[in-house]
Write a protein of this length. Sequence first.
Length: 292
Amino acid sequence: MKRALAIVALLAACEGDFVPGSTITELRVLGAILETEPGRVDVQSGAELTTTFLVSAPNAAPRGTLFVLACEEGNVDPQRGPLCASPAFAAESLLIEEDDPAITLRVPAIAGRFLLQGVACAEGLPVDTGRIGEDGFIPDDVCTGEAGNVFSLPIPVASDDWPNTNPDFGDAPLRIEGQRWDLEGGCGAPAERTISPGDILEIDVGPVDEANREETSAGERERLLVSHFTTAGELDRQFSFVNDEDAESRVEWDAPLASEVSAEGVTVHFDFVLRDGRLGSDRIQRQLCVRP
């Protein structure tokens, strides 16, 4: 069963054979960008909220369907995960094409949290949606073809007007082996960046602009976290804290072995998702070419 009990839990993979959570082996939702206005995440009752789901796949060209429902948060079942307290107040099927899929809804007038529950289907539309009951539980076999990737995103409704904006990678100095890594460099790209099989590279994901670390209503500065993902090879961990003197912002990536690389080479795709711990997110993507 491929389930994720919260969207941050999508950092981890649940498969029969152990696969690091940072390795993308199937269609996955890596996170979401929430906006009530451009760049802002002020989730208050009555606000119009657009949620853009950050989707990736092994070939970095995701195709499929995303089914999403929204409901008031209920209890968490040990086996089935977060459930709805009442019937969904919104539900939609979204095509996964070139752009990340997005849903827009009105924030409900509640005092707690609401859920965005969903499933990413690599093939075809979700089927038999009648099996999705009023409690919002989504079986992972509602997809046509193969099992879907189920996720849940709890969203607290703000009780004050404390400002909250999305963090922004901006001109972040993403570096690989100490050199700035700005361009996509997949196999055959004009700026192809070629790596040999089995190479071990160091990727530095920080720091980002300090202005991203907003002060919270508790008077504390946000801690910024970067989740990193790859379609091949292996990263030595799943996330890094940035703009933090006590944290390591460099991560090692082991390139695929020669036995895993064809004569034409393999384009490896990377996703880096910046999170501020208060629903704010941003993403950048990069590519490398591994040639024998």
